[in-house]
Design a binder for this molecule. Sequence first.
Ligand SMILES: [Zn+2]
Length: 254
Amino acid sequence: MRPKKALEEPFEGLVIQDASFLDDLDGRSACVKCGKSRKYFCYTCYVPLPIIADRIPRLKLPFKIDVLKHPKEIDGKSTAVHAALIAPDDVNIYTFPDLPDYTQQDKVLLIFPDKKAVRTCDLPTLFSPHTSQSFEPQAKRQRPQIPFSKAVFIDCTWNQTRRIYNDERVRDLPCVELDDRETLFWRYQRGKPSTYLATIEAIYYFTVDVHTTLICAEYQHEYDNLLFFFKYMFEKIHSLYDAESLRAYKDIRS
Ligand SMILES: [Zn+2]
């Protein structure tokens, strides 16, 4: 017997908007920006198709997010675009070598398991080592404080990640390491550890961690909708394929 519940109801307990209207889409239509034929959204322009633009959830994030991707990464397989669709005011995606120069920006951190990376709960000391004593729970403050303004994620395979990480515009950023979580796709990524998260999972977990450990607020599912498309794709795959034969997963994701 396979672990039915864990596998088939991985989103149980999350509050994610119903996506069944996506099933009603009839074929493909043209992206408003590039004109290419797409199904739900354009994975090269990072915009939803007009037919669903008013129906997908939208979020405001407590900080900005940049996603850096490698040009060899296949656009249709990246989940980073999900974040740009759901939080369009706060998420930007850049393709190497066209990266921002982070040496010219303040309060930016990189989500990357560097040797010197800190945990989310240690972020206040990372940016201002002498003020950690004054970092208090929200109940004692007027407004939530987050000690950074932007989080940078790298979205590509490990070898390509190193190349971006070693870029002089990126390499001096302070690094934050996520607590280990198992990816929902762990069964289907052969040869990768189960903690190798999809980019949208990493963005989601980091945002929730910041909310609970730095803003010190009770989590009331504010960011669950970041997983709106991820959940939809996951469930669609499960409805099309038996759990034992998901090898074709990578083919339908795009
Ligand atoms: Zn487009």
